[in-house]
Design a protein around this ligand. Structure first.
Ligand code: GLU
Length: 310
């Protein structure tokens, strides 16, 4: 598939945290990268809270994230958007996909999929097509999956370079709406990025493997493709991505200047020594003037490796 250019010339980026916990250093790096990329392009930067999955959310996390971003000097355009208030958009897109024959109802449990792939020696991460010939019958109790076509998704990531992914072998028919009624991340993020006219998606490399899903949905829904720019993520000493699951610490409001400098360092920006005692505003001024995407190392690593120039 070929990429088409974003619909509008205006650069518009976004930061889209899930409120599963407070902001940690790993999410700060993604926020800093997307913010500098947007502002250095004279573009807009939106803040979208991805509160799509209430059981995974932590009470008060969204407010905490917003407050922390504010105290770190981030300025977003317009009001903060919340996925929990955008269900109608996701439902409309889902109905369009169903009406165009791209979906099927699926009643497979995880266990059933696991047994089936194991018996047949198939990749356990790819849906093995058990329900593929089903029509969409019940929108309230069944999961809805999209059928992938036998083709490749091909795009140039601005940092990770050329990507080519086979939909059948590497993605498989994926879920758009879960049996518990929740919309899947892949559908919601695709709809939001298009509806909010995001021209460039800057986020962590852990989401690179989700991009073919989103790219494919953009094709099916006739949405333009944004550019993609996947940043390295920060690992802990065990080589795992900093996240709530790996018990990453929340970043403190009092450490804003120090953490911003560390984030710039992680992104290869070589902040001047004088920034050590600088205010948040002075750090942003320097960062905007000196933002160089060519200096960002593409690979994920720990903060210590990054400080040692690895
Ligand atoms: N909500 C996702 C997260 O916090 C990010 C989604 C995205 O940037 O596409 O990991």
């Amino acid at each position: 598939m070929n990429s088409s250019s974003p619909a509008s010339k205006l650069y518009r980026g976004r930061f889209a945290p899930s409120p599963t916990g407070p902001l940690h250093f790993g999410s700060l790096v993604a926020a800093v990268g997307s913010y500098l990329q947007a502002r250095s392009s004279n573009g807009e930067w939106l803040l979208r809270i991805e509160d799509l999955d209430p059981p995974r959310e932590q009470k008060g996390a969204a407010e905490h994230i917003i407050k922390t971003l504010d105290s770190y000097g981030f300025e977003w355009d317009g009001a903060v958007s919340y996925q929990s208030q955008r269900h109608e958009l996701y439902q409309n897109a889902l109905e369009q996909l169903i009406d165009n024959g791209h979906c099927f109802s699926c009643r497979c449990s995880r266990k059933k999929i696991h047994q089936h792939t194991e018996e047949l020696g198939l990749n356990p991460h790819i849906y093995p097509g058990i329900c593929r010939d089903n029509a969409v019958t019940d929108l309230t109790t069944d999961a809805i999956r999209v059928k992938v076509l036998n083709q490749h998704i091909h795009f140039d990531d601005l940092l990770q370079r050329e990507q080519r992914v086979g939909l059948v072998d590497e993605v498989g028919d994926f879920i758009l709406k879960r049996a518990d009624g929740l919309y899947a991340y892949q559908l919601a993020v695709t709809v939001d990025d298009a509806e909010q006219k995001i021209s460039e998606v800057v986020r962590g490399i852990d989401l690179l493997s989700s991009t073919p899903h989103q790219y494919y949905l953009q094709e099916l829904l006739s949405y333009p493709h944004p550019n993609y720019f996947h940043l390295p993520v920060v690992n802990n000493q065990q080589g795992e991505k900093l996240s709530k699951q790996t018990y990453a610490k929340a970043i403190e409001v009092d450490d804003a200047s120090k953490n911003l400098v560390q984030a710039l360092l992680f992104l290869g920006q070589a902040p001047e020594a004088a920034l050590a005692g600088a205010t948040v505003q002075e750090i942003w001024c320097w960062a905007l003037e000196n933002w160089r995407t060519g200096a960002i190392p593409p690979h994920s690593r720990t903060m210590i490796e990054s400080a040692n120039g690895q």
